[in-house]
Design a protein around this ligand. Structure first.
Ligand SMILES: *Cc1c(COP(=O)(O)O)cnc(C)c1O
Length: 380
């Protein structure tokens, strides 16, 4: 069997079996430790992982929940968001960002994005109304937005900021990490994320004792286990002890993976530089202010859909996230927003294979295929 396992692709988008094998003994030991201890729910492995993740992000509290989606929803609820409240976010994101607002009875207010795929901070003030309570910036692909300016706007208007950091664990701006800037940060450990579990998982990070306490209550039915008191209606949204044990092993590798991803991003950046039909994302900066972790490597490509088919035919697995922005999904009822940059970009984005298991030779193969596609011409 090849390193790609059962994948039919010569360059798979992700290779979970290879990823696991690179840490096999440690992960197996962590799983056995959980099984032999009979420790499944809210136990020591979870507490340890929460402590380690809080230290990594640079906050006082981290609270494990069962997904990134719940991390956003429970943080917004802890921030007091409810019916009638407007929350400003973007349409070029995973549906979960918007759904978390709607599930609380809040109203999403969508603003456009800019060339780095993140919220256009220049458009935020015009979107603020007397009902606005919070802003949810999304750090897409592992790059923060212009948080210095966004926090200044939020402070000026008395708004809370909940960071959708689901794609940005380890990323920073001016030395401050994603998840340590707003009132709370929200992380996802969905397997394909930069720190992925063996199933679903999420985390809320915060310096606020009040937010941490509330999320701990909400995730566990609103109950105080010591006394049996129920303090509010809550949810079942705990991070499994088993997931925490595995994630705690993988957290030790994260900085190494990020370094490799940045290296791969530089290789893609150099290799694509001479192709006029392709626009590359901001390249890794050596000395900041932005430290991007390249959870995804997303290009903007002319004749995108034809290129996708061509690359797949060459054995290269690519993704389009997302071909249809949230305000163009009829079922979501957000059709009243007009977001020209979002609409333009959604027709051009293409995510190339990007993870720590991708080899230099695979990058060369991808670059060669893209060059060949545009050199044959007739696609623009
Ligand atoms: C993955 C993701 C989420 C949701 O996380 P889940 O763990 O899948 O619930 C939210 N926002 C963004 C930007 C994401 O990429």
């Amino acid at each position: 069997m090849t390193a790609a396992g059962r994948s039919p692709y010569r360059v798979p988008f992700v290779d979970f079996p290879a990823h696991y094998r690179s840490m096999e003994a440690e992960i197996d030991a962590a799983i056995k430790g959980v099984l032999n201890g009979g420790d499944y729910i809210l136990r020591e492995h979870l507490r340890r992982f929460e402590e380690n993740l809080a230290a990594y992000v640079g906050v006082r509290h981290a609270v494990g929940v069962n997904s990134g989606t719940d991390a956003i929803m429970l943080s917004l609820r802890a921030a007091g968001i409810g019916p009638g409240d407007e929350v400003i976010t973007v349409a070029h994101t995973f549906v979960a960002t918007v759904a978390a607002i709607v599930h609380l009875g809040g109203t999403p207010v969508l603003v456009d994005i800019t060339d780095d795929f993140n919220m256009d901070v220049d458009l935020v003030e015009a979107a603020i109304t007397p009902r606005t309570q919070a802003i949810v910036p999304v750090y897409l692909n592992g790059r923060l937005c212009d948080m210095d300016r966004l926090m200044a706007i939020a402070d000026r208007h008395g708004l809370m900021v909940i960071e959708d950091s689901a794609q940005a664990l380890g990323a920073s701006l001016n030395g401050r990490r994603a998840g340590a800037i707003g009132l709370a940060g929200c992380f996802s450990f969905y397997p394909a994320k930069i720190l992925g579990g063996i199933g679903d998982g999420g985390m809320v990070t915060t310096d606020s004792e009040d937010v941490a306490e509330k999320v701990r209550l909400y995730r566990d039915h609103g109950q105080r286990r010591a006394t049996g008191e129920i303090l509010c209606y809550g949810y079942n949204s705990r991070l499994d002890n088993l997931q925490a044990a595995v994630l705690d092993v993988k957290l030790r590798y994260l900085d190494g993976w990020i370094a490799r991803r940045r290296q791969l991003a530089s290789m893609y950046d150099r290799g694509l530089a001479g192709i006029p039909q392709v626009r590359t994302p901001p390249p890794p900066q050596a000395g900041g202010p932005y430290f991007d972790v390249f959870t995804n490597y997303v290009i903007r490509a002319q004749s995108r859909d034809v290129l996708v088919d061509f690359l797949k035919g060459q054995g290269i697995e690519v993704l389009v996230s997302w071909p249809k922005p949230m305000h163009k999904q009829p079922a979501l009822g957000l059709g009243h927003f007009h977001l020209p940059v979002t609409e333009q970009i959604s027709g051009e984005v293409l995510s190339l294979p990007m993870n720590a298991e991708v080899t230099d030779a695979q990058v060369d193969y991808v670059l060669e295929a893209i060059r060949r596609f545009y050199a044959v011409g007739g696609h623009d």
